[in-house]
Ligand binder design. Structure first.
Ligand SMILES: [Zn+2]
Length: 226
């Protein structure tokens, strides 16, 4: 009886309580693989996946440690940034490996997050993601960080990265790098929370191979077998 109650509790809260082994990662983010990948919940109180198609296609698996870090950060943001619903993007396959069109995302440690936005009235909104904009990745922000009437909410990005970093340290892992448009990084570092990130977290310095304007990519640091 207790087992049944526990099981329904686990299912209701998408908790991996039974028979879920810890993940094991191999190689680097660009040439690795993953054992026992965990699929992120498609939605929660203050977050959702970029696309149900992506979820069904099995494109939202991560390393178990990264899984816990992502959910702990969202939990923290329920208090620290309650008006924002965050969207995460592509992560990787259950067993890792080549993940086109991405160059990395092969060993469960790479995660894309779509930028939170505010509308012209200053209210938090969510990007309209669908097939027409290649599941969000074709959305282009101009140099003023706006797209239609939406502007990137840099402080909410900073709070998210801060929460991820705190959760990663608690989990005994870390953030290896945050890849984000070089110009937008400057705007991020002007926000109250962003200011505090600059010297604590590694951000991409070189111009990335695709413009990371509509999403920020994070590689987590987990000891993998090489
Ligand atoms: Zn990415």
């Amino acid at each position: 009886m207790i087992r049944i109650i526990l099981l329904s509790f686990c299912l209701a809260y998408s908790l991996p309580c039974f028979s879920k082994s810890e993940s094991k990662c191999f190689g680097g983010t660009a040439n690795g693989k993953l054992e026992n990948g965990w699929q992120l919940p498609s939605s929660g109180k203050n977050f959702e996946a970029y696309s149900s198609l992506g979820v069904v296609a099995g494109r939202t698996y991560v390393h178990s440690k990264v899984y816990r870090v992502i959910l702990a950060a969202y939990k923290n943001l329920e208090q620290s940034n309650p008006t924002v619903t965050y969207i995460y993007g592509e992560t990787g396959f259950e067993h890792g490996g080549r993940f086109k069109p991405h160059k990395t995302h092969t060993n469960g440690l790479s995660v894309d997050f779509f930028v939170p936005v505010i509308n012209s009235k200053g209210k938090s909104e969510q990007l309209n993601i669908g097939i027409t904009n290649k599941l969000g990745y074709n959305i282009e922000f101009n140099t003023k960080a706006t797209y239609n009437d939406l502007t990137i909410d840099f402080e909410s990005i900073a709070k998210h990265i801060d929460a991820l970093n705190t959760a990663a340290i608690k989990e005994g892992i870390g953030i290896s790098v945050v890849i984000f448009d070089n110009e937008f990084q400057k705007q991020l570092f002007l926000t109250p929370t962003g200011k505090t990130l600059k010297n604590r977290i590694a951000f991409s310095v070189k111009k990335p191979w695709v413009r990371h304007d509509e999403h920020y990519h994070i590689d987590f640091k987990v000891g993998c077998t090489h």
